[in-house]
Design a binder for this molecule. Structure first.
Ligand code: KIV
Length: 276
């Protein structure tokens, strides 16, 4: 495993060298340590925490202070990975000045090395302002969960037919605008593989896909999906690599049985003489 610290300029370099980028979300110290040790390139403190950690049905309630709180935990755990923090709903849309102050807090108080913003052409000026001030920006276009109400749910965007037909050109314009504004990478979420391939071929900065097929320069998954840490059925794009929900349930049931049966704690797990 590569031990070198991953920094912002490494991501565009990885694209030009054809080296795939692996990114995962993380929200706390232990999982951030595990993923960092495993060699994951980028850790994202995503506003998905509103759903997978807080149990909300959208990311909209997440506050900047909550993202900072979780980013600090991940920053303490991270040695090698690049640390990116999400800018939550209404932390960057009102004005570029507010975006600068809030992004600055994520770097200053949270320890993030870059911020991620959802949106395309409409936020390009804000991305430019941040990038001009040396606050590295990762873009995020396609299925942008902060736009859940406009999209009418968490729906795939940019299909050739159906409700979002016609948005393919808009998504290409979004990607070009965010790249031109100075983003160093762009997340493509919930778009058809052929559109992701076209965008990936047309921009110089890396694309990192989630539900965007195999042609992106990198991939990102929400850690709860990767680890099977949710009750609900996964979306088609998400691959469950293990089932921690089941393993944790089994451990809790076994413990419950042992407490009720006075099996735990035994002598080995008690202080004093280890006699029967
Ligand atoms: O909030 C998040 O976890 C994200 C990823 C899904 C890219 O934005």
């Amino acid at each position: 495993m590569d031990k070198e610290k991953v920094r912002v300029p490494d991501l565009p370099r990885m694209k030009s060298e054809g080296r795939p980028i692996a990114m995962l979300t993380a929200y706390d110290y232990p999982f951030a340590r595990i993923f960092d040790q495993a060699g994951i390139d980028v850790l994202l403190v995503g506003d998905s925490l509103g759903m997978v950690v807080q149990g909300n049905d959208s990311t909209l309630p997440v506050t900047l202070d909550e993202i900072i709180y979780h980013t600090r935990m991940v920053a303490r755990a991270r040695r090698r990975a690049l640390l990116v923090a999400d800018m939550p709903f209404l932390s960057f849309q009102v004005s570029s000045e507010q975006a600068v102050l809030n992004a600055g807090r994520l770097l200053k108080e949270g320890g993030a090395e870059a911020v991620k913003l959802e949106g395309g052409v409409a936020i390009a000026d804000t991305v430019r302002r941040l990038a001009d001030l040396d606050i590295p920006v990762m873009g995020h276009i396609g299925l942008t969960p902060q736009s859940v109400h406009r999209m009418g749910g968490h729906r795939v965007q940019g299909r050739r037919s159906g409700r979002t037909a016609g948005s393919r050109e808009r998504l290409i314009d979004d990607a070009l605008a965010i790249e031109a504004a100075g983003a160093f990478a762009i997340v493509l979420e919930g778009i058809p593989s052929d559109l992701a391939a076209e965008i990936t071929g047309r921009i110089g900065v890396p694309t990192i896909g989630i539900g965007a097929g195999p042609h992106c320069d990198g991939q990102v998954l929400v850690m709860h999906d990767l680890l099977g840490l949710s009750e609900s059925l996964l979306p088609r794009f998400a691959k469950r690599y293990t089932n921690l929900w089941q393993a944790a349930g089994e451990a809790a049931s076994e413990y419950l049985g042992e407490v009720r049966g006075r099996v735990f704690p035994d002598a080995e797990h008690s202080y004093g003489r280890k006699s029967a």
